[in-house]
Design a protein around this ligand. Structure first.
Ligand SMILES: [Zn+2]
Length: 239
């Protein structure tokens, strides 16, 4: 996938289905077209631009948008799409939405819990701290329980590997892990299918070339005006 296909993917996943996704995507692409950055960083900058654009755009409750996913804010929608569909690690999400890395785990957990239990009214067991944890059990933080760290697309640390070994011997932690896995899967199932119109996929490159041409044309005009100004200046000085 190239940068612009990625931006299309993200825009069509996150933007309310009001027919304007193509416009949002074009603007997001144009916002990074001339930046001297790696492809990954361009996608992050475009994502940030997209979130800023969509922030505050109300989703029409009367339309087919009654989908629970669209009852979340744009940042919340982005976070779920980034974790479940794009497989972005926490540090990349943090950079994109401008929050410290350390906040992403608790933010992700609270959004997931709300999405699954309130917006989707799922009848799943709600994970909570074990009543009688064994001394070897990992510390349970209710705002960002350890199970989520094993499920999310982050590089796995020694700490994660130690927990994984522990789960093999501890039925309590194994059952917590299963509960969290059900929540994680329910979020994935709850995300609407991203449909990018075929003509958008085909046109991604040509449409962008038009945007780039327009920008280039603007630059050429600016240069022409500027050289006119210089010519006048030297003409006056020479006179
Ligand atoms: Zn345990």
């Amino acid at each position: 996938m190239n940068t612009y296909t990625f931006i299309d993917q993200l825009t069509y996943a996150v933007a309310p289905p009001n027919g304007a996704a193509e416009t949002y995507s074009d603007r997001a692409k144009a916002s990074v077209a001339w930046l001297d950055l790696t492809e990954d960083r361009k996608v992050e900058r475009a994502a940030r631009f997209l979130i800023e654009q969509l922030d505050g755009i109300p989703v029409d409750p009367q339309s087919k948008v009654a989908h629970p996913f669209f009852r979340l804010s744009v940042k919340e929608r982005f976070l779920l799409v980034a974790l479940h569909q794009l497989q972005w690690p926490y540090d990349r999400i943090a950079r994109t939405i401008g929050l410290p890395d350390a906040m992403i785990a608790s933010l992700a957990w609270s959004i997931r819990i709300r999405f699954v239990f309130e917006e989707m009214s799922a009848s799943l067991p709600f994970p909570s701290a074990p009543l009688r944890p064994a001394p070897a059990c990992p510390t349970y933080d209710p705002s960002a329980p350890w199970m989520q760290g094993l499920l999310d697309p982050n590089p796995k640390t020694q700490h994660h590997k130690a927990i994984q070994t522990h789960i093999g011997d501890c039925p309590t932690c194994r059952s917590l892990m299963e509960q969290a896995r059900h929540i994680w899967e329910r979020v994935l199932i709850g995300l609407p299918e991203t449909k990018i119109p075929e003509q958008t996929q085909l046109k991604t490159t040509p449409r962008l070339q038009v945007v780039e041409q327009k920008i280039a044309l603007g630059l050429a005009e600016a240069l022409a005006i500027l050289s006119g100004v210089f010519a006048l200046y030297f003409w006056i000085r020479g006179a």
